[in-house]
Design a protein around this ligand. Structure first.
Ligand code: FAD
Ligand code: NAP
Ligand code: SF4
Length: 675
């Protein structure tokens, strides 16, 4: 008897059957753009082997004007068909099914030739779109239909027509972007004409036995978006037009409400999809922040949807479904929804991967094979760098001993997990604990290792991490001064007014910790919705609360300081930095930049400004928290080198600047792959 009967139940689509209820949602990985179709094929085939029922590719453009970027993958030629057939063949050999997403970006396309219903520029694009005339609209429809026909020729099991997230079809649906007065604008019937025509003509062109998923925006989260009644009407028309499945889209890309970041509660939007259940007769898929089999099962068991879409969790673990099926759910590498190696990479023009799983999208390049000879390996430091090295080395057959002076594994991940909105880090540390035990790695905790302890090992890995930088501020020994470690690990008492020195990732996180009264909105969906101003689209158009965000009162008055003059938080994650900045602004944090730290005394923190050190100012604070960056802890590495032993130095012990768990895990995994 499985623990996930709903998630693992097959789904009969009439002409074909999906083996379970898990869809791998569309993700733009950048793989198609490499032109290495073997690599693309291996990415999808490894997930097919991992048991997912149906996968959707990243968005593929139907024409130049609709492609997200110049050079983005398209489906327009015979050559494209041949390339994509490499992928579909490999997926089918692996027992999987795959649909190609047709993504017309409309005004989100990054280029001056982008098109839209009306010339309304998007706030997230520098290019005002060109308004389409009747012929132009007809061309877009036939290009989309043509892409579907070519996808069918390439062997895909279906297509997903992207109609959400504020892309082209979505732009026609709402008055936010559609100002037309012809038959494609004005009334709702006119505004939904385009998506319905696209589905109807696609069905006509591909015949009956081909999956058409329509991705429908169920809560737009932008002004003048759809009401719930309009969403239902569109869903019913899309069904009549020939769609096989309706998938859920949540929020436009320009929405100022987080929808998939780690601070969003798990399955936060499943209730939105549930409102459509029973109103159409084709299967409905829900998505967003579903990252464990337990959450997926709960969502399905409570009737929120017929299927769940997991996208990033399939980067973190290709074998998600197989592990759930075989009683090994605890071994599923968890997606912590950090976006650091996936979306942040996409938006920086880099290939997607995964913080937790550096093999993602690197399946043909980073291969973890059996070691030629079994070695005794010591890993000192059980932070993410040491843990990933130990795990990968043990997977390759080595004998691994993992040391840490702390009482638990995890290193700084144990500080990260204290932050409200970063609860997913608990699961990551738990997963490492499970894997370390499963792989038979010998773990010695509460053990301060000296160089002399390491002489008998074949290989020594130093992953001793970092120590806080000493900012050398006169008076910093004052009793009001704490380090981030005192606050997060030792839970030292903190006063009502706080000055945080340093506005890097840790300064922001410590501020969030101090503003919270110990109750995280991430674990309380109604509170989170109130905090961000999300409401039921049946009550208010678009799901935007008319009163706007209503955050809880801050637990403390926080001033966040940095020496740089630039805006705070510039170095935070590309796709998540705005969320941290907004969260702190909503809690009235005082951002102060361009300071010199003059001294600390009984009155608080004294600062001045600019090179001239003018405008002496007192930041009155009961507590001052130092978050002034970190430096490598290389004490042990230096001792070993003195003894004539050359260790491998990784993670923060190697380079402290711009260190994060992504780099630590990637470096650890790649080193272990070579030992
Ligand atoms: P560490 O995690 O520092 O681990 C080093 C380990 O070595 C420690 O457990 C230590 O006890 C042990 N050790 C040291 N010397 C010895 C010795 N002589 N003998 C035995 N053991 C020893 N990164 C992200 O990517 N995303 C985030 O969202 C994020 N949030 C963060 C939030 C906070 C509040 C903090 C503090 C950090 C955050 N980070 C985040 C940073 C991330 O945690 C670090 O980059 C990462 O942990 C560094 O990994 P590491 O393995 O090199 O070192
Ligand atoms: P950081 O990002 O390098 O920030 C250090 C801060 O301290 C900066 O604001 C810097 O700003 C200030 N500073 C540097 N030297 C100083 C000095 N001598 N005196 C006073 N202030 C000084 O480092 P961090 O915040 O410690 O974070 C450590 C690592 O963990 C980072 O690399 C980060 O990527 C990672 N992390 C990531 C996340 C995430 O969400 N991805 C979250 C937390 C941590 P000024 O020089 O302008 O004063
Ligand atoms: Fe999930 Fe982070 Fe990996 Fe992206 S990088 S898949 S968000 S764990």
């Amino acid at each position: 008897m499985t623990a996930y009967p709903n998630m693992l139940a097959p789904l009969d689509l009439g002409f074909t059957t999906l083996k379970n209820r898990v869809l791998m949602g569309s993700m733009h990985t950048g793989l198609e753009e490499t032109g290495d179709w073997n690599r693309v094929a291996e990415f999808y085939a490894s997930r097919a082997r991992g048991g997912v029922a149906l996968m959707v590719t990243g968005g593929i453009g139907p024409n130049l004007e609709g492609s997200v970027l110049p050079g983005a993958a398209m489906m327009t030629t015979e050559k494209d068909v041949i390339n994509h057939a490499i992928v579909t063949d490999r997926v089918h050999q692996a027992g999987g099914k795959i649909a190609m997403q047709i993504l017309h970006a409309g005004r989100y396309a990054y280029g001056p030739k982008c098109v839209a219903p009306s010339p309304v520029k998007s706030p997230i694009s520098p290019f005002p779109p060109n308004e389409l005339d009747e012929d132009g609209i007809e061309k877009q429809i036939s290009d989309i239909v043509n892409a579907a026909v070519l996808a069918q020729q390439a062997g895909y099991d279906g297509v997903e027509i992207m109609g959400s997230e504020g892309y082209f079809l979505n732009q026609f649906i709402v008055t936010h972007t559609n100002k037309r007065t012809d038959r494609w604008g004005g009334s709702y019937e006119n505004r939904m004409r385009l998506p319905i025509e696209v589905v109807r003509r696609t069905r006509k062109a591909v015949g009956t036995d081909f999956i058409i998923i329509y991705r429908l925006s169920m809560i737009d989260l932008v002004p003048n978006g759809s009401t719930h009644d309009e969403v239902v009407q569109l869903a019913q028309e899309v069904e009549k037009a020939g769609a096989t499945i309706i998938n859920t889209g949540i929020g436009w890309h320009e929405a100022r409400i987080p929808t998939i970041a780690t601070s969003v509660p798990r399955a936060a939007f499943a209730w939105v999809t549930k409102k459509l259940m029973g109103k159409v007769s084709i299967p409905v898929i829900t998505s967003n922040r579903i990252n464990t089999p337990e959450v997926a099962e709960e969502v399905l068991a409570t009737g929120c949807a017929d299927m769940v879409s997991l996208a990033r969790p399939m980067l973190a673990d290709a074998d998600f479904v197989t592990k759930a099926m075989t009683g090994q759910a605890a071994k599923i590498a968890p997606c912590i929804a950090c976006n650091q190696a996936c979306l942040d990479h996409t938006f920086s023009g880099k290939l997607t991967s995964c913080l937790v799983n550096p093999l993602a999208c690197h399946e043909t390049e980073l291969v973890i094979g059996a070691a030629d000879a079994k070695k005794n390996i010591a890993v000192v430091g059980a932070g993410p760098a040491g843990l990933s090295t130990a795990m990968t080395a043990a997977q390759r057959g080595h004998n691994v001993t993992l040391f840490d002076r702390a009482a638990e594994i995890g290193g700084q991940l144990n500080l990260a997990k204290q932050i409200p909105g970063k609860e997913e880090f608990w699961g990551l540390v738990d997963w490492y604990r499970t894997m370390i035990a499963d792989l038979g790695i010998k773990v010695e905790l509460n053990r301060v290792v000296n160089a002399g302890d390491l002489t008998s090992f074949d290989e020594v890995i130093i992953a001793t991490g970092v120590i806080p930088r000493d900012p050398k501020i006169p008076g910093q020994e004052h009793e009001s001064v704490l380090s981030y470690i005192d606050v997060l690990r030792e839970k030292a008492p903190v006063g009502d007014t706080v000055a945080v020195i340093g506005a890097g990732g840790i300064g922001f996180d410590v501020s969030e910790f101090l503003l919270d009264d110990g109750h995280s909105p991430t674990t309380d969906l109604p509170l989170w919705m109130k905090e961000w101003g999300v409401t039921d689209p049946a009550e208010h158009r678009s799901g935007l609360a008319p009163e706007g965000p209503q955050p809880e009162a801050p637990a403390r008055q926080v001033t966040l300081l940095q020496r740089k003059k630039q805006a705070h938080g510039k170095g935070l994650g590309k796709t998540t930095g705005w969320i941290h900045r907004t969260a702190l602004k909503m809690k009235n944090v005082n951002f102060v930049g361009g300071v010199n730290y003059e001294r600390i005394d009984d009155d608080g923190l004294h600062v001045s400004f600019g090179e001239e050190r003018t405008d002496p100012t007192l930041i009155a604070a009961d507590t001052i928290v130092l978050c002034a960056g970190q430096v490598s802890d290389r004490t042990l590495a230096d001792e070993l080198i003195e003894l004539g032993i050359t260790p491998h130095i990784i993670g923060g012990a190697d380079v402290a600047a711009e260190l994060d768990a992504k780099r630590a895990i990637n470096q650890g995994t790649r080193l272990a792959a070579t030992l």
